[in-house]
Design a protein around this ligand. Structure first.
Ligand code: HEM
Length: 306
C-alpha cells in the first residue's frame, strides 16, 4: 500500500472505521462506569464522588490524552463513515429486480450511516449540555454545601441566653476539605462573603487577598437538574421529561449501531477466526444491549427519584 494509501484506499478507510469504532467502544465502557455513580451513590457523598471524578477526568494528563483521542475518533469515524456510505450508494446498482437487500444483510447493517448520524447529533447536543458548560463556558457552579448552625448568644440587656441560626455556605476544595465561603448574617439576613472566587474555581481569602485553595465544580447538580431533580437552589429543567425520552431513544439508536458495528469492526481488522467468530458475535450482541440499557437507566432513575 502506498504512503497515501494507508489513509485513502477504501480498505484503509475500513481499517480506520474499525480502529476508531473499537476505541469508542472502550470509551463507552469507561464513560458508563463513571456515570453509573450518579445512581449508585446518593446524597452529599454521591455528589462529592461524582464531582471529584469529573475533576480528575479533566486534570489527569493520561485521561486528557484519551479525551483528545476520543474527539479525534468521533470525528474520523463520522467523516469516513459518511464518505464510505456515499461511495457505496453511488456504486450500488439501482432497483434491479433481484436487488433484495434484506436477503443478505441485516436492517442494522444497512442503516449504519443513518444510525451513526443520529448518534452524532446526540453527542453534539449532549456535549453542549454538559461538556461545554464544564470545560468551555465554565458556567458550572462551585460545589457548595449549605449548613445551618445554632449559636447561643447572651442578650446584653437581659443577660439571658438566646439561640441564633446562622446559615453557612461551605465550598468543597480539591484538598478534600469544606471551607466556609459565606454566611448569612442573622441580624440583616444578608450573605457575607468570606472569599473571592477568581477564574471560576480559585478561592481567595477576602481580607488577605491570598489564594487559599481551589474549589470543585458541581457538575453533579447540573446533571441532576437536567434530568429533573431540583438541587442546590439551581433551576430544574422544565423539559426534563423530554430530555429523558430523547436519551432513551438515542440509546436505542446506539444499540442498533453497536449490534452490527461491534463484530464488524473485528472483521474489518482481520481479527476473525472460525474458532472465535461465534464468541465475538455473542459478545457483540450482549454488549450492544447491556451498555445502552445501563446508559438509558441513568436519566430514567434520576427522573423517577426527583
Ligand atoms: C445517559 C447517560 C450519560 C450521562 C449522564 C453522561 C454524562 C456526561 C457528562 C456529565 C459529561 C461531561 C464530563 C466532563 O466534561 O467532565 C459527558 C461528556 C461526554 N459524553 Fe456523556 N453521558 C451519558 C451518555 C453518553 C453516551 C451514550 C455517549 C456516546 C454515545 C456520550 C458521549 C460523551 C462524550 C464524547 C463526552 C466528552 C468526553 C470528554 O470530554 O472526555 N455520553 N457525558
Amino acid at each position: 500500500m502506498s504512503k497515501s494509501g494507508i489513509f485513502t484506499s477504501s480498505l484503509a478507510k475500513k481499517y480506520w472505521m474499525a480502529l476508531t469504532g473499537l476505541f469508542l467502544i472502550t470509551f463507552l465502557v469507561g464513560h458508563l462506569l463513571g456515570n453509573l455513580q450518579l445512581i449508585t451513590k446518593t446524597g452529599e457523598e454521591g455528589r462529592r464522588a461524582f464531582n471529584e471524578y469529573a475533576y480528575f477526568m479533566g486534570h489527569n494528563i493520561f485521561i486528557k490524552i484519551l479525551a483528545y483521542l476520543t474527539y479525534f475518533s468521533i470525528l474520523a469515524h463520522a467523516i469516513i463513515g459518511l464518505y464510505l456510505a456515499v461511495q457505496n450508494k453511488k456504486a450500488r446498482p439501482k432497483n434491479y429486480a433481484y436487488n433484495k437487500p434484506s436477503a443478505n444483510s441485516s436492517t442494522a447493517s444497512r442503516n449504519m450511516a443513518i444510525l451513526g448520524t443520529l448518534i452524532l447529533i446526540f453527542i453534539c447536543t449532549h456535549m453542549a449540555n454538559f461538556w461545554y458548560k464544564q470545560k468551555v463556558a465554565e458556567t458550572v457552579p462551585l460545589h457548595i454545601l449549605h449548613k445551618e448552625i445554632t449559636e447561643q448568644q447572651q442578650n446584653p440587656m437581659t443577660g439571658q441566653l438566646m439561640e441564633q441560626k446562622i446559615g453557612i455556605n461551605y465550598v468543597l476544595t480539591t484538598k478534600g476539605d469544606y471551607m466556609p465561603k459565606s454566611y448569612t448574617d442573622p441580624n440583616t439576613g444578608k450573605d457575607v462573603e468570606l472569599m473571592d472566587v477568581k477564574e471560576g474555581t480559585h478561592l481567595y481569602d477576602k481580607k488577605a487577598e491570598l489564594q487559599v485553595g481551589e474549589g470543585y465544580r458541581d457538575l453533579h447538580t447540573v446533571v441532576m437538574n437536567f434530568f429533573g431533580q431540583s438541587q442546590q437552589g439551581q433551576p430544574t429543567n422544565d423539559l426534563a421529561l423530554w430530555a429523558v425520552i430523547l436519551y432513551v431513544i438515542s440509546m436505542f439508536v446506539l444499540m442498533f449501531h453497536l449490534w452490527h458495528g461491534f463484530a464488524s469492526s473485528f472483521q474489518s481488522l482481520g481479527l476473525n477466526h472460525i474458532r472465535y467468530n461465534g464468541f465475538i458475535n455473542i459478545l457483540g450482541k450482549i454488549f450492544s444491549i447491556v451498555v445502552p440499557l445501563l446508559f438509558a437507566i441513568i436519566p430514567v432513575m434520576i427522573y423517577l427519584n426527583r
